[in-house]
Design a protein around this ligand. Structure first.
Ligand SMILES: Nc1nc(=O)c2c([nH]1)NC[C@@H]1CN(c3ccc(C(=O)N[C@@H](CCC(=O)O)C(=O)O)cc3)C=[N+]21
Length: 285
C-alpha cells in the first residue's frame, strides 16, 4: 500500500516563510522580535541544535542572541542571567537549552523564566494553561506535531491516538493537545505491559520514547498515521528515530521520517512562539 511521507522540512520552511512576512510587517511598526538562547557547556548535540535555532531565527528576521555559560556555572549565576532576560524589554523569548549540568536544579531554572517569555512552554504556568485549555505557549515539539497533522490534512477528531512516552516536553503535552482536538488518547510508557496491545489500536501513533527504532511492524495497525519524535544517534553516527522506518512505513497511511520530520518543526514553532510573544506584548502597550 502506498504511504504518504510527511515532509517536515518542507512544512517547516512554509511556516518560516509565513513568519518572515509577519516579522516584516512588525518591523514596519518598529517591533523586532527578540530571542535569547542560553546554552550551558559545550555538549556537541546541544551545540548543533542551538546553531539550528539561531540560524532559523535569523532567517525569519528575529533578533537572536546566544548566551554561553561555562559548564561549571553556578545555579545562582544562571538564575541571574534568566532574570536579566526577564527584565530586558528587547527580549520576547527565552530558551534555556536542556539538559543542564547536575549542579543546577532544572525545575528551579524553568520556574524562573517569565511565563510571558517562555517560548518553550516549559513553565508551570504555561503547562497548567495548556491542560485547562487556556491561552498558553505550547511546547515546540507537540505544537509542531499538531501543525504537521493540520497541514497534512490529517484529522484528529474521533481518532484513537496512542502516545508512547510521558515526558514533560513531549508525551504529556501532546496527549492533552490531541485530546483537546477531540481525539481519544491512550498514554503508554516504559512500564506499560504488552505495549503492542495498545499501539495496534492506534489510528495515530506518537512515538516519543527515546529508544532507537523500538517501534516495529508488530506495534502498528495497517493504515495508521505514525509520528516519530525520536532523535537518536546510532553507533555509525547516523540519526534514527524511535520507529524502525523501513519495517513500519509500508503499513502506514502516513509517517514522518527522521531526520526531516518532527525536528525541523520544533524549531519553526519556537520561532512562531517568539513572534507571537512579541505581538502579544506590543498589543498590550
Ligand atoms: N529548552 C530546550 N528546548 C528544546 O526545544 C530542546 C532542548 N531544550 N533540548 C534538546 C531538544 C532537542 N531539540 C531538537 C530540535 C530540532 C531538531 C532537529 O531539527 N533535527 C533535525 C536533524 C538535526 C541533525 O541533523 O542533527 C531533523 O530531525 O531533521 C532536533 C532536536 C530541541 N530540544
Amino acid at each position: 500500500m502506498p504511504y504518504h511521507m510527511i515532509d517536515g522540512k518542507a512544512i517547516a520552511q512554509q511556516v518560516r516563510n509565513e513568519l518572515k512576512e509577519e516579522v516584516g510587517r512588525l518591523k514596519e511598526q518598529g517591533i523586532i522580535p527578540g530571542l535569547r538562547v542560553i546554552l550551558v557547556g559545550t555538549h556537541p548535540a546541544s551545540e548543533s541544535y542551538v546553531r539550528g535555532k539561531i540560524r532559523a531565527s535569523e532567517e525569519v528576521g528575529i533578533n537572536s542572541e546566544l548566551i554561553r555559560l561555562n559548564e561549571e556555572v553556578s545555579e545562582a549565576e544562571l538564575l541571574q542571567k534568566v532574570t536579566e532576560c526577564n527584565k530586558d524589554p528587547a527580549v520576547h523569548g527565552i530558551l534555556v537549552q536542556l539538559p543542564l549540568p547536575l549542579q543546577i536544579d532544572t525545575n528551579k531554572v524553568i520556574a524562573t523564566i517569565s511565563p510571558e517569555k517562555d517560548v518553550d512552554g516549559f513553565t508551570p504556568v504555561n503547562v497548567g494553561n495548556l491542560i485547562i485549555g487556556q491561552d498558553a505557549f505550547f511546547p515546540c515539539t507537540p505544537y509542531g506535531i499538531m501543525e504537521l497533522l493540520k497541514r497534512s490534512d490529517i484529522s484528529v477528531e474521533g481518532k484513537h491516538a496512542v502516545v508512547v512516552g510521558r515526558s514533560n516536553i513531549v508525551g504529556k503535552p501532546i496527549s492533552f493537545l490531541l485530546q483537546q482536538a477531540n481525539a481519544t488518547v491512550t498514554m503508554c510508557h516504559s512500564r506499560t505491559v504488552d505495549l503492542p496491545f495498545y499501539t495496534k489500536q492506534a489510528d495515530i501513533l506518537i512515538a516519543a520514547v527515546g529508544r532507537t527504532e523500538m517501534i516495529t511492524s508488530e506495534h502498528v495497525k495497517p493504515g495508521a498515521v505514525v509520528i516519530d519524535v525520536g532523535i537518536n544517534r546510532k553507533e555509525d553516527g547516523k540519526l534514527a528515530g524511535d520507529v524502525l522506518f523501513a519495517d513500519v512505513a509500508p503499513l502506514t497511511s502516513a509517517i514522518t521520517p527522521v531526520p526531516g520530520g518532527v525536528g525541523p518543526m520544533t524549531i519553526a514553532m519556537l520561532l512562531k512562539n517568539t513572534v507571537q510573544s512579541a505581538i502579544r506584548k506590543e498589543s498590550k502597550r
